[in-house]
Design a protein around this ligand. Structure first.
Ligand code: 6XA
Ligand code: ZN
Length: 344
């Protein structure tokens, strides 16, 4: 399968990340993409191509135009106000506050974000648009007849909502892929999100849409990020009623004691939905050795995930999301893609 990759991901390179109340080196770092690239190249998964730039029109289908303008200008406003240091929000319009966009950059950061773990840096816009371009170009290849494409996106995207960033995500790359597939002639698209964290952004973007199924297997939000979305009773609204399916699993879940069954159930929902194409939000932070996660999957289990998805026998766009155990990241991603190819 083709691989789409842009080296512009390197422009997202935060100085520090707030983890457990302290600043640490970011886990979402350029080395992640470099390791995955080296592994898929070595495994001979397919040819590697650079993307064409995503159209603004497509970005505006996924995101609010005011949000896009904010992201594009945020760094310039931040550096003018505070100097050359990662931009982080510290105040949010939560319960009892008015949802109004302030003038000051500090207020804008709070208005458009939902966590303090996602630094905006000098290169954030460049890297985030490159990742969206990777997803867009990959999906267009599938529209053009390829059976599957791997979009090596970084920064990730599944937490980014219509006008919110967080969870290391700025632009929703998976949603960009969905919009490209719909525009290219797919009547129905299913998103399968296997990242450890619930894809709150993707869920909300498509929550009222009946032509896009969102099915996600993730850490129980009662225990883990993003905490406030990803519960089983979130099933969609309006035309999207019954087109959203969450499979939360408890900390410590491994392949045989929960993951396999949840994957089977999620893929069953996809089959019942009868989509024309599938977008996979591919996170491997479900790995036993992941530094920020608490599932127990082993490297071989990723072959089974790939086989399960390949068994759908549907045109598939893989979009890279999380995964922070850098030494195992390459083999885990390669295993998903190889398992998929073997089963397809
Ligand atoms: C909290 C953890 C962010 C999770 C990012 C991720 N700062 N999402 O991997 O899929
Ligand atoms: Zn994740």
């Amino acid at each position: 399968m083709h691989i789409i990759y842009s080296e512009d991901h390197r422009h997202q390179d935060g100085t520090a990340e707030l983890i457990d109340g302290q600043f640490h080196p970011p886990v979402e770092k350029p080395e992640r993409a470099e390791r995955i690239l080296a592994a898929v190249r070595e495994a001979g998964i397919g040819g590697i191509q650079a993307p064409d730039a995503v159209e603004r029109r497509i970005l505006e289908k996924v995101h609010d135009p005011g949000y896009l303008q904010f992201l594009e200008k945020a760094w310039d406003e931040w550096i003018a106000a505070h100097g050359d240091w990662d931009a982080l929000p510290i105040d949010w319009p939560t319960r009892t506050f008015v949802q109004r966009l302030p003038e000051a950059i500090d207020g804008k950061l709070g208005y458009y974000s939902f966590d303090a773990g996602t630094p905006i840096t000098r290169g954030t816009w460049k890297a985030a648009t490159a990742a969206a371009s990777v997803a867009s170009s990959g999906a267009r290849k599938v529209v053009g007849g390829e059976h599957a494409v791997f979009c090596l996106c970084r920064p990730p995207g599944h937490h980014a909502a219509r006008d919110l960033y967080g969870g290391y995500c700025f632009l929703n790359n998976a949603a960009v892929a969905v919009e490209e597939l719909l525009e290219g002639g797919s009547g129905r698209v299913a998103v399968v999100d296997v990242d450890y964290h619930h894809g709150n952004g993707t869920q909300t973007i498509f929550y009222r849409r009946g032509d896009v199924l969102f099915a996600s297997i993730h850490a129980d939000p009662r225990q883990d990020f993003p905490f406030f979305l990803g519960y089983v009773d979130e099933t969609g609204e309006g035309e999207g009623a019954d087109a959203n399916a969450n499979y939360p699993l408890r900390w410590g879940t491994g392949w045989t004691d929960g993951y396999d069954d949840a994957l089977g159930a999620a893929l069953g929902r996809v089959r019942d939905f009868a989509p024309d194409a599938v977008v996979v939000s591919l996170g491997t932070d479900t790995f036993d050795g992941d530094p920020i996660s608490r599932f127990k999957l082993r490297s071989d289990d990723y072959l089974r995930i790939g086989e399960g998805i390949g068994g759908l026998r549907l045109p598939t766009v893989f979009v890279m999301e999380g995964g922070y155990a850098v030494d195992a990241l390459g083999v885990n991603v390669v295993n998903v893609l190889s398992g998929f190819e073997d089963a397809y």
